[in-house]
Design a binder for this molecule. Structure first.
Ligand code: ATP
Length: 233
């Protein structure tokens, strides 16, 4: 589905990612964990075309994706939910969701909308409410729902649990599992390494823009180096 091969990227001539290799297969949740400033967000931004790679290649569904504009990547099925959510505050839940469907034809919008409401029933209840009046957890659900409206093949989530209570974090991560089970691959960046690793089919640990460890999520959660560095154990 997605392959990064020797990816290098950074800002204003400062290199942040160093020859990063990473893969997401169909049907997988892949987690990207690591400390502050390890380059997780930069990796997502490079994949979604916001940051231009300086070297290496990105392939998505068999086609080169580096140097491709973000809007075109969305049309190809690669959609990112940014950490800051970027909702349209004064617009209603319903309007925000429909904005996410700009790549879709009219007849698929209604069925996708009901899939999103099925995943997050609270959004159906609040559909006429302005996005800015939702709680933090509901806003995160709306941001994910809006991304799903584009019918992605691969959904990239940047720290979806930011600012959420442990209970809501579980609710959101549980929805991520359902999304995977419905056939959407997920690349998940999480500060909360313990929960991300338990959820992920596979995971990569980033340090200073390089991958230092990778493997099945639950296996990494048991790894002594990971436990010491990221799980505080
Ligand atoms: P966090 O969990 O703190 O968000 P991260 O692993 O997502 O960390 P990145 O946000 O990718 O890390 O940041 C990696 C490095 O790139 C950091 O040193 C950061 O200061 C730098 N950086 C991020 N965004 C920019 C920017 N727009 N301009 C310059 N440097 C940046």
């Amino acid at each position: 589905m997605l392959v990064l091969d020797g990816l290098c990227a950074g800002y204003h001539g400062l290199q942040i990612l160093h020859e990063l290799d990473l893969r997401v297969d169909a049907g997988e949740i892949v987690a990207l964990v690591g400390g502050n400033g390890a380059g997780k967000t930069t990796t997502l931004r490079a994949i979604s075309g916001v940051v231009k790679p300086s070297a290496g290649a990105i392939t998505f569904r068999g086609q080169r994706a580096d140097g491709v504009r973000t809007a075109e990547l969305v049309r190809r099925g690669l959609v990112q939910v940014p950490e800051e959510r970027a909702l349209f505050g004064p617009l209603t839940v319903d309007e925000n969701l429909r904005m996410g469907a700009w790549t879709q034809k009219g007849d698929t919008v209604a069925s996708t909308l009901s899939e999103v409401f099925d995943l997050f029933p609270i959004l159906a209840e609040r559909r006429r409410q302005a996005a800015e009046t939702l709680s933090g957890g509901q806003q995160q659900m709306l941001a994910i729902g809006r991304a799903l409206m584009a019918r992605p093949a691969l959904l990239m989530l940047d720290e979806p649990s930011t600012g959420l209570s442990p209970k809501l974090t579980w609710a959101v991560l549980d929805a991520v599992k359902t999304i995977r089970d419905r056939g959407v691959a997920v690349l998940l960046v999480e500060q909360n390494a313990a929960q991300a690793l338990r959820l992920a089919d596979r995971a990569y640990v980033l340090e200073s823009g390089s991958c230092v460890l990778s493997g099945p999520g639950p296996e990494l959660a048991e790894d002594d180096r990971v436990r010491a560095a990221y799980l505080g154990l």
